[in-house]
Ligand binder design. Structure first.
Ligand code: FES
Ligand code: FES
Length: 157
């Protein structure tokens, strides 16, 4: 079957009950997407499907044909981190880093839909991504800073 991941086509053989997380990691060696619980509880495996964050451990790859899959590998350019990634670094929102790819994907989805989310909206949108290192305040601050920077840049125009 043909999957479109980060704008590129991938022709891949997939078993009927294979999860998208398994396909990404085991068949395509896209190891940026992490797997924690493997049962829809932690958000570590979050990717975007048609711009909506999903737990890739719960999504059947066979259901993804013709849809737009975005993973952490497609977020930065060759020379530059995505603003959300930069903000995570600036705000020291990474400890072990295992949850970070999923956190970044959820934050990107939120900020693409709401340029200036409220604190509650940030909390709600990021609530499906657990961080066992407890970086929540720093993750929140990082997401908020990207929104604020985007508004500032708009005001300067
Ligand atoms: S690994 Fe998918 S939700 Fe935990
Ligand atoms: S930084 Fe370690 S789990 Fe979040």
């Amino acid at each position: 079957m043909l999957l479109t991941i980060n704008g590129r086509p991938h022709d891949v053989h997939v078993e009927p009950f294979e999860s998208l997380a398994s396909t990404l990691r085991e068949r395509l060696q896209m190891l940026g997407t992490k797997v924690g619980c493997d049962r829809g509880e932690c958000g570590t495996c979050t990717v975007l499907l048609d711009d909506v964050p999903v737990y890739s451990c719960l999504v059947l790859t066979r259901s993804c044909e013709g849809r737009r899959i975005r993973t952490i590998e497609g977020v930065a350019t060759a020379n530059e981190l995505h603003p959300v990634q930069r903000a995570f670094v600036t705000h020291d929102a990474v400890q072990c880093g295992y949850c970070t790819p999923g956190q970044v994907m959820s934050a990107i989805a939120l900020l693409e839909q709401h340029a200036l989310p409220s604190d509650d909206e940030i909390r709600r949108s990021m609530s499906g991504n657990l961080c066992r290192c407890g970086c929540y305040p720093k993750i929140h601050a990082a997401v908020k800073s990207v929104a604020a920077a985007a508004v500032e840049a708009n005001d300067d125009r």
